[in-house]
Design a protein around this ligand. Structure first.
Ligand SMILES: *Cc1c(COP(=O)(O)O)cnc(C)c1O
Length: 508
């Protein structure tokens, strides 16, 4: 049998029945049913647990993990129905009004619909020629994001999978700028004896290690700069570290400032860091994956707004623009710096005009149309709406901090941007705060409390380590959250805290 020519259908594919195909009517029916079921699911979210306490084994059993890929196909409507049920009944919902974990936002419904439309057109936004309108929409999306955060609107940039990737692209642009584009040919070993160095605060997210690894400089190249009592980079220490490295003949490749740290929302003194980078001629990259969009607020701190002075900035529309995963964005002051780091083609012209080919500005070749859901979300809310939702999240985190401060059995720690940190302290242990055995017990109590809270499905928080102390951490990047959801948190935490303390005590 000749498989290359389609087996026994030897002449042509006339009368072909492609299992992947759906005629307009079956697509309409399956699609309408799915949209109806999603609308019901979204409406039911507040009444569902944030997540269920189920084992990996139980979930594997539900999808029959030992089953092989079925030989024969199944009807689309049957599959969609089954997949929705599995996901609605066995997921963690970051769209739940009481989800405050990590930095993960609730998804904007227009983004869900945008992804459907993007998949339908299936634009490959690698090259202008194969995605003309989608490319122009992505160009406009990048420009609008830049405008929103106060970055120059004639910058370069593109959408990537998330904050990690946006930061990595920034490092690769900095690398080509500091070592010259020939580093792409010779590798890091070909650029001589000077060791490149990256500078970042000790509070920097783990993207920096991945970026140092991928850029070929290795994690040993990272200089971890200490932080002040509010967990912001110490700029004097930064200056000293750079001077010492230059004296030793090493090459400062870039400084990475953080606009909203992942554990507490701390914003590095970006204006002071930008002054130093200007003075010394070093590339400044800002990780604004979490807090970058807060620079749009009219009362944003001057140190946060100074992200506009960076050579490159990472932002995460799938955080504070509420875009459904995935959508990250990197901006670069000089569009050419991205081409210097990634292009293998000359600039592309169409009807005599330079047209954008995104595959020359980033690591991907084929690229999905991530920009559409961001572009839609930005316009649905408008500038004023985007700012309003961020400001509301910050207000709610402040409220939670104040409630924790006022509660006898909670100890409030930090409140920056929309992150509040606190821990449960049983009344009889107040006097033992600060003593070694007392602190060790509180660390253990709060660690187990977190586990218990996450399993409860009543509320979802995560944790942070602040000056060695294990604390609970609520991050509000959630346009579904109301004041009543925030006001419920202390009671839930304290109720579980008391129960746990009672059992731990009995056990010791
Ligand atoms: C979330 C986050 C990242 C990583 O972004 P992803 O979108 O998860 O890849 C990096 N830095 C900070 C400050 C973040 O909040």
């Amino acid at each position: 049998m000749d498989f290359v020519n389609g087996g026994d259908r030897s002449d042509d594919a006339a009368g072909r029945v492609a299992p992947a195909a759906m005629d307009a009517e079956s697509f309409r029916q399956a699609g309408h049913a799915l949209v109806d079921s999603i609308a019901d699911f979204l409406e039911s979210l507040p009444d569902r647990p944030v997540t269920r306490d189920e084992s990996p084994e139980a979930l594997r059993g539900l999808i029959g993990d030992e089953t092989s890929l079925p030989e024969e196909g199944t009807e689309a409507t049957v599959l969609l129905e089954r997949a929705s049920r599995l996901l609605y009944d066995h997921s963690l919902f970051n769209g739940h009004p009481r989800f405050f974990g990590y930095v993960t936002s609730s998804p904007a419904p227009i983004g869900m619909l945008g992804d459907l439309l993007a998949a339908a057109v299936n634009a490959n936004v690698g090259a202008w020629r194969i995605s003309p309108m989608a490319t122009e929409i992505e160009v406009q999306t990048v420009r609008w994001i830049a405008e929103l955060v106060g970055y120059p609107r004639d910058c370069g940039g593109l959408l990537v999978s998330g904050g990690n990737m946006a930061n990595i692209v920034g490092v690769l642009a900095a690398r080509a700028a500091a070592l010259g584009p020939q580093v792409r040919q010779t590798g890091i070993n070909g650029v001589g004896e000077t060791r490149p160095r990256l500078y970042a605060s000790a509070e920097t997210h783990t993207w920096i290690q991945k970026a140092a690894d991928i850029a070929g400089v290795g994690t040993d190249a990272i200089r971890w700069i200490p932080v002040d009592e509010r967990l912001r980079m110490d700029v004097d220490a930064l200056r000293e570290a750079i001077a010492a490295d230059r004296d030793a003949g090493e090459l400062p490749l870039m400084v990475a400032g953080t606009a909203g740290s992942v554990s507490t929302g701390a914003v590095d003194p970006l204006s002071d860091i930008a002054d130093l980078c200007d003075e010394l001629g070093i590339w400044l990259h800002v990780d604004g994956a979490y807090g970058g969009f807060a620079a749009a607020l009219p009362d944003a701190d001057e140190q946060l707004r100074a992200l506009s002075r960076a050579d490159s900035v990472a932002l995460d529309p799938h955080k504070w623009l509420y875009t459904p995963l995935e959508a990250g964005c990197v901006l670069a002051r000089d569009p050419q710096s991205l081409r210097n780091a990634f292009a293998y083609h000359p600039p592309y012209y169409h009807f005599g005009q330079e047209a954008v080919n995104f595959f020359d500005s980033g690591p991907q070749n084929s690229r999905g149309f991530r920009a559409l859901k961001v572009w839609l979300g930005l316009q649905q809310a408008g500038r004023r709406g985007c700012i309003g939702m961020i400001a509301d999240d910050i207000r709610l985190a402040r409220r939670l901090f104040a409630l924790a401060e006022a509660h006898d059995e909670l100890e409030a720690f930090t409140r920056d941007l929309s992150i509040a940190t606190f821990r449960y302290v049983p009344p009889e242990l107040h006097a033992r705060i600060g003593d070694e055995a007392g602190e060790a017990y509180l660390d253990r109590l709060n660690q187990e409390l977190l586990e218990r809270l996450q399993r409860s499905g009543e509320v979802f928080v995560s944790n942070a380590i602040i000056n060695g102390r294990y604390v609970l951490r609520a991050c509000v990047v959630n346009f579904h959250t109301e004041a009543s959801d925030i006001e419920a948190v202390p009671e839930i935490v304290v109720r579980h805290g008391r129960e746990l303390h009672a059992t731990l005590h009995r056990g010791t």
